[in-house]
Ligand binder design. Structure first.
Ligand code: ADP
Length: 335
């Protein structure tokens, strides 16, 4: 059964004079799921987010929430009536209000008791209940972002748009805040768009990834789909370095297991494993370099072609050694 979309973008276009910032974007966001919008600077990510929030008018196309049009050629619901929650990199809390008052601010339709209850619930879910009475200037960046996300969720938004919300936090803090924030959004069953330029964040934390470049959506799918079945070299490159293997350099034993190509195969350095399976071929290590926890190994196959691989056990190996390697076919691509 296909999942019902909570927020739907249909053939969305946005032009600024001669610049097309968003071009023919169609995307479904589902309740309780995180969609990462991944793309380089200038790809159109912020524009798309502003269109959804109602801060910009689309040139054409439609945005709807559970079947109700938010932006269409005939109607435009203003931002304050859309109920789209926004979370920014710079937290944007009200400086003269405590953490609890920031979260309560958007709950005007609730009674006093309900407001306190909902505020306490989401401050607690974000792990910041103990700082309820603190003002933003008394909170660390990570704590402020926890409050900003509690505020966005507490208001029961139609959807949450997050513009690089974790990239300003230091790495230790980032993981903790991101984990608690995304868990709370999923628990609240809100559709969420996470704008990021960090492919690792998208792969590790999103349910769905949409890749945007020059205003165009290049591919949308689960992290596994995009990593193992990229539709283009551009999409594959978004998730890390690609290496090439010319068709004439492919050992015969691998031709039936690797994707078919008439020119060049692209692969990732983790596309080879060191083992002695039936299809293994030997390679001689030419150079080795430590890259974080792994080693990058440049090697030469028996047929003389150069390959690159990554190995976590590299410490036991050295330049000049002969290794036996087998390809992992799902990490080879033919475009
Ligand atoms: P990203 O958020 O991915 O960095 P943006 O959405 O900010 O990309 O920008 C996409 C393109 O639209 C860029 O070429 C940018 O210069 C252009 N753009 C964005 N906002 C405006 C604007 N208000 N007026 C004119 N051009 C704009």
């Amino acid at each position: 059964m296909t999942k019902q979309a909570s927020l739907t973008l249909k053939s969305l276009h946005k032009r600024y004079g001669k610049v097309t910032a968003v071009s023919d974007v169609s995307l479904d966001l589902h309740a309780g799921e995180i969609t990462a919008l991944l793309g380089p600077s200038g790809a159109g990510k912020s524009t798309l987010l502003r269109l959804i929030a109602g801060l910009e008018y689309p040139t054409s196309g439609e945005i709807s929430s559970n079947g109700q049009a938010l932006s269409s050629p005939k109607s435009m619901i203003p931002p304050e009536k859309r109920g789209i929650g926004l979370v920014f990199q710079d937290f944007a809390l009200f400086p003269n209000m405590t953490a609890a008052q920031n979260v309560s601010f958007g709950l005007k339709t609730l009674s006093k008791a309900e407001t306190s209850e909902v505020t306490a619930k989401w401050l607690d879910a974000l792990g910041i209940a103990h700082r309820s009475d603190a003002y933003p200037h008394q909170l660390s960046g990570g704590e402020q972002q926890r409050v900003a996300i509690a505020r966005a969720i507490a208001a029961k938004p139609t959807a949450i748009m997050m513009d690089e919300p974790f990239s300003g936090l230091d790495p230790d803090n980032r993981d903790a805040v991101r984990n608690v924030a995304l868990k709370a959004i999923r628990a609240a069953n809100i559709p969420a768009l996470l704008v990021t330029h960090d492919p690792e964040e998208a792969l590790a934390h999103a349910d769905q990834i949409a890749i945007l470049e020059n205003g165009h959506l290049l591919q949308t799918g689960t992290p596994d789909d995009l990593y193992t079945h990229p539709v283009s070299k551009t999409v594959a490159s978004a998730f890390g370095t690609l290496h090439t293997l010319n068709v004439s350099d492919i050992p015969d034993a691998w031709r039936s297991i690797l994707p078919k190509t008439t020119t060049t195969l692209f692969y990732r350095s983790e596309a080879f494993q060191i083992d002695v399976s039936e299809t293994a071929r030997t390679a001689k290590i030419e150079t080795m370099a430590r890259v974080g926890a792994t080693h990058r190994i440049d090697a030469t196959l028996e047929n003389g072609s150069a390959i690159t691989l990554t190995d976590v056990l590299g410490t036991e190996l050295q330049k000049g050694d002969t290794i036996s390697i087998t390809p992992r076919p799902s990490l080879f691509y033919a475009f």
